[in-house]
Write a protein that binds this ligand. Structure first.
Ligand code: ADP
Ligand code: ZN
Length: 527
């Protein structure tokens, strides 16, 4: 190795080798580092595990002054600072976990120019006291980590992040870099806008995670599906099982424990010490399955997560990508399994419809949900569709998703679709899927008799198929936009314009063939 002259010591490559012990840069790292060293701003989009940290750590060391890293995650800050100190870097953090004296000491080191990297939570940074402190120190750069937290559309939104645009006004000469693993155009534009990064160079890496195998299947006794997956393919592996609600997290974790798995619940309703303990066990012990709401995950840096299973539909492709991205950070094969059903669509549209957000916001949420459903229902390569959503084109089908590995069978569902559409229409477009299916199958229920639907012209015309099969058809028709679920009218199924050509026999409707029905459940209704 070359002798450490004062000249080479400030050289990014020298720092990469001598401080971090790596031989070469990955992807865009070098270009990003050069941009910041030159004093320009950058917006970095890189998938989880891509190596974002070095992109600001190295320029902070290469430039005079202290690099300020803004991160929303206290636990992650501590890990990073520990790792940096071990590598001989003068790094520290300021957050609420520190006592007054400790904080004073760090502030002193900053003002004396003894620190190379200082990590701060956004709310800390924004305190007038901290901003004054920074104004008296020499700052090499600002790094805004998890920058998608400025996006009001995302589920990681943090109001404090919005105010970070003040950095540009207060410290116009200090280069800034915003980093995120969230890739869609809208979020990207929002970050650039809200953080006042109009002149930043954009660095967009490939978002493909080739070692993750994507699998999406309709729910058909989801517990049994999960159990089969765990028993057949994931014995002793660490993984995350995502559920939409806290109660489902708890019941699923209980159930998995009864089945002999080392499963732990995690959601925002658990006491902080329980969450911390479960997170610790997930990171340190082998083969722990974390059953969690989306509260779990951001910044969890566990390399050997072998699977991520969703028992409920994520509300957008971004969310799906983020959550599945927690699998296989070590580059070894990992599986992302998603089980979804009609009731997910209903639940998510209800949550959307009843929220207090603006109409525009609801419309966008609905659009994002539709895109997610589209990804579930496509019969072509999932990875291509996923990456296309992030405006990235794969040259060929991936060969590592369920539709590539097993060409999905389709069947001509035109006749069945017409029956279902007729039943929806003839019952007045006022009833949910369960009742319409009862009518189709000629079921003898109280509700059928109450509304006289046993005398309806569509009563019993679909007795040849099981309720499960009808639910699957209804779901696919909803997903493809032939039927709409009206959340403001008890989730009534309604026809859309798109139905016409099918009803007139002018359009052939090919649907994905679904696995044969599981043994009917007692209620038969909770898909
Ligand atoms: P991200 O923040 O983008 O999720 P990290 O910065 O945590 O990713 O980096 C992921 C892993 O890759 C870390 O273990 C890091 O040390 C390693 N890494 C990053 N850059 C390089 C490089 N140029 N050479 C070798 N390993 C690297
Ligand atoms: Zn594929």
């Amino acid at each position: 190795p070359a002798p450490a002259t004062s000249n080479s010591a400030g050289n990014p490559h020298f720092i990469l080798e001598h401080t971090f012990g790596y031989t070469g840069f990955r992807g865009d790292q070098e270009a990003i580092i050069n941009t910041l060293v030159a004093g320009d701003d950058a917006l970095v989009l890189m998938p989880t595990g891509g190596g974002k940290s070095l992109c600001y750590q190295i320029p902070a060391l290469a430039r005079p002054g202290c690099g300020i890293v803004i991160s929303p995650l206290i636990a992650l800050m501590q890990d990073q600072v520990e790792a940096l100190r071990a590598a001989g870097v003068a790094a520290a953090f300021l957050n609420s976990s520190l006592g007054y004296d400790e904080a004073q000491q760090i502030e002193g080191r900053l003002l004396r120019g003894e620190l190379e990297l200082l990590y701060l939570a956004p709310e800390r940074l924004l305190q007038p006291r901290t901003l004054d402190l920074l104004a008296r120190a020499k700052i090499s750069l600002f790094a805004i980590d998890e920058a998608h937290c400025v996006s009001q559309w995302g589920h990681d939104f943090r109001a404090d992040y919005l105010q970070l645009s003040c950095l540009h006004q207060r410290f116009p000469e200090v280069p800034r870099v915003a980093l995120t693993a969230t890739a869609d155009q809208r979020t990207r534009r929002e970050i650039a806008q809200r953080l006042d990064l109009a002149n930043a160079r954009h660095f967009v890496s490939s978002f493909d995670r080739p070692n993750i195998q994507y699998r999406i299947a309709p729910k058909n006794n989801p517990k049994r599906q999960l159990l089969q997956f765990l028993n057949n393919e994931q014995q002793g592996h660490a993984g995350v099982v995502y559920c939409l609600s806290r109660s489902k997290v708890e019941s699923t974790a209980d159930w998995l424990q009864q089945q002999g798995f080392n499963a732990l619940p995690y959601h925002a309703g658990l006491p902080a010490h329980v969450r911390a303990e479960h997170q610790r066990r997930f990171l340190r012990e082998e083969g722990v399955i974390m059953v969690a709401t989306i509260a779990f995950g951001m910044g969890i840096d566990k390399p050997d997560v072998r699977f991520v299973a969703h028992l409920d539909l994520p509300k957008s492709i971004e969310a799906y990508y983020q959550e599945t991205g927690r699998a296989g950070r070590d580059g070894e094969p990992a599986i992302a399994l998603l089980l979804y059903g009609l009731e997910d669509v209903v639940k998510l549209s209800q949550m959307g419809a009843t929220s207090e957000c603006s109409e525009e916001h609801k419309r966008q949420e609905r659009q994002r949900l539709d895109a997610m459903l589209g990804l579930c229902e496509i019969t072509s390569c999932r990875r291509r569709a996923l990456l296309r959503y992030f405006e990235e084109e794969l040259a060929a089908d991936c060969g590592n998703c369920d539709t590539c590995l097993e060409t999905p069978a389709t069947w001509d569902a035109s006749e069945a679709a017409r029956k279902l559409m007729s039943a929806v229409y003839r019952t007045g477009q006022r009833f949910g899927a369960a009742h319409v299916i009862d009518v189709l199958r000629g079921a003898d229920t109280e509700k059928v008799r109450q509304f006289g639907h046993d005398r309806n012209s569509t009563y019993g015309i679909g007795a040849d198929m099981s309720a499960n099969e009808w639910r699957a058809i209804a779901r696919q028709l909803v997903v493809r936009g032939y039927l709409r679920v009206n959340a403001e009218a008890f989730n009534a199924l309604q026809l859309t314009e798109q139905c016409r050509p099918v009803l007139r026999g002018e359009e052939t409707l090919l649907l994905r063939t679904l696995p044969k029905s599981a043994p009917a459940k007692a209620s038969g209704r909770d898909v």
